[in-house]
Design a protein around this ligand. Structure first.
Ligand code: DAS
Length: 349
C-alpha cells in the first residue's frame, strides 16, 4: 500500500493524496460516464466521450477520502467504436502501471456498449493480481441523478480494496460488481443494465466497502498464457448470427476476408441451420477455426450435442456469449490453431 506518498505517474493528471490510502489510477477511455447532454433531462441522444478524466475526478470530491487517485486519459471514444489497436494500447498501459509498486489498483472508465468485451479481454491479458475494475454510466454527467459519480466512487473503493485482489477483472455498476467473464449489458438504457443473469453478481458495494458473496472459478489474469506485450495486432475473428432462414453468405464473406476464426451464434443449444452448416464445414477445410456458440445468452453449449463437433472438428463456446467467445478465440489463435488445445481453453478461462 502506498504510505500516502505523492505518487507521480508519467503522462498522468493531477495527483491527489491522503495518508495510508491506496493509490488507485483512474484510466479514462470515454463513454457516457464522460458524456454531456443538451439538458439535465437528456438521458438518450447525448454526446459520449466529452469530459476529461480530471473533471470526472473533481466531480466526486469523496474520492479523496477513500483513495489517493491519479487520473490519466488513455483515449477518448464512445465504446461502440472500440478497436483492437485501442485494446492493445490500454492493456499494455494497465500492465505497465500494475508493475509499479506505487500503484495498488486501477479503475478504467469506459463506455457501456462494449464494456463487457474490454473487461473480458483484460481479464485474459492482465498480468497482475492487483484489482482492475471497469466502470461506466447509463446517464451522462450532465443528467439529473447521473449514475456516473456513484459508480466511479464505488469502483475506486473496489479497486483499492484487498478483497478484490486476485479476483480477476471486475465490473462495478449500480451498487453491484461482477466477474468480467460472466457480466453482460442486458438493457439498452436502464441503470441496472449490467447483469450476470444465471450466474449472478459477485457482490454488493455498500457502506463504502465491497461485500463479496462469490468468487470467479475460471482462471484469469496471471493464470492465463495470453501475453499481448509484444503484439501490435490480433487475429481476425468475426461472429455469424443464426436465425430463421439464415443462409451461408455471412460465413462465406468472413472466410473470403481472411478470418482465422469464426464464432457461430447458433439458435438454442448452438444448433446449426442446414444451409449454414456446409459453409462452416468449408471454412474449417480452409483452416478457419469454428466455435459453435449460442445466441441464447445462458447455459452451456454441449459438445457433440446439436452437432458432431468431434467429426466436424469444431470447438464449443461453453457458457461464453458470442462476443466473449470471439475474444477468447482471438487470443487462443495467438497461441495455437490446434482445436483440441483451443477447446481446453474454452473449458478453462
Ligand atoms: N455510446 C455508449 C458507449 O460509449 C455510451 C455509454 O453507454 O457509455 O458505450
Amino acid at each position: 500500500m502506498v504510505t500516502g506518498a505523492q505518487a507521480q505517474s508519467e503522462g498522468a493528471g493531477t495527483v491527489r493524496s491522503g495518508a495510508d490510502l491506496p493509490h488507485v489510477m483512474i484510466l479514462a477511455t470515454g463513454g457516457t460516464i464522460a458524456g454531456t447532454g443538451a439538458t439535465s433531462t437528456t438521458t438518450v441522444g447525448y454526446t459520449a466521450a466529452k469530459v476529461g478524466v480530471e473533471q470526472l475526478i473533481d466531480a466526486v470530491p469523496a474520492l479523496r477520502t477513500v483513495a489517493d487517485v491519479t487520473g490519466e486519459q488513455v483515449f477518448q471514444v464512445a465504446s461502440e467504436n472500440m478497436t483492437n489497436t485501442l485494446w492493445l494500447k490500454l492493456a499494455k498501459r494497465v500492465n505497465e502501471l500494475l508493475a509499479r509498486r506505487d500503484v495498488d489498483g486501477i479503475v478504467i472508465t469506459h463506455g457501456t456498449d462494449t464494456l463487457e468485451e474490454t473487461a473480458y479481454f483484460l481479464d485474459l491479458v492482465v498480468k497482475s493480481n492487483k484489482p482492475v475494475v471497469l466502470v461506466g454510466a447509463m446517464r451522462p454527467s450532465t443528467a439529473i441523478s447521473a449514475d456516473g459519480p456513484i459508480n466511479l466512487y464505488n469502483a475506486v473503493i473496489l479497486a483499492g480494496s484487498k478483497a478484490a485482489a486476485g479476483k480477476g477483472v471486475l465490473v462495478a455498476m449500480n451498487d453491484q460488481f461482477y466477474a468480467a467473464r460472466e457480466v453482460t449489458k442486458a438493457n439498452t438504457s436502464t441503470v441496472d443494465t449490467f447483469r450476470s443473469s444465471d450466474l449472478g453478481a459477485l457482490g454488493y458495494m455498500q457502506d463504502s466497502r465491497p461485500h463479496f458473496y462469490r468468487v470467479p472459478i475460471r482462471l484469469h489474469t496471471v493464470d492465463t498464457p495470453f501475453d499481448v506485450s509484444k503484439l501490435d495486432a490480433l487475429p481476425k475473428v468475426d461472429i455469424a448470427y443464426g436465425y430463421e432462414n439464415v443462409g451461408r453468405t455471412a460465413v462465406d464473406a468472413f472466410v473470403a476476408s481472411g478470418d482465422k476464426g469464426i464464432v457461430y451464434a447458433g439458435v438454442g443449444d448452438g444448433s446449426l441451420h442446414q444451409d449454414v452448416k456446409p459453409a462452416l464445414v468449408d471454412a474449417r477445410k480452409q483452416n478457419v477455426v469454428i466455435v459453435r456458440g449460442s445466441r441464447v445468452g445462458n447455459g452451456i453449449v454441449a459438445r457433440n450435442g446439436e452437432a458432431n463437433d468431434d467429426q466436424l472438428d469444431f470447438v464449443v463456446s461453453d457458457t461464453l456469449n458470442p462476443q466473449k467467445a470471439r475474444i477468447l478465440l482471438m487470443l487462443a489463435l495467438t497461441r495455437t490453431s490446434d482445436t483440441r488445445e483451443i477447446q481446453k481453453m474454452f473449458q478453462t478461462y
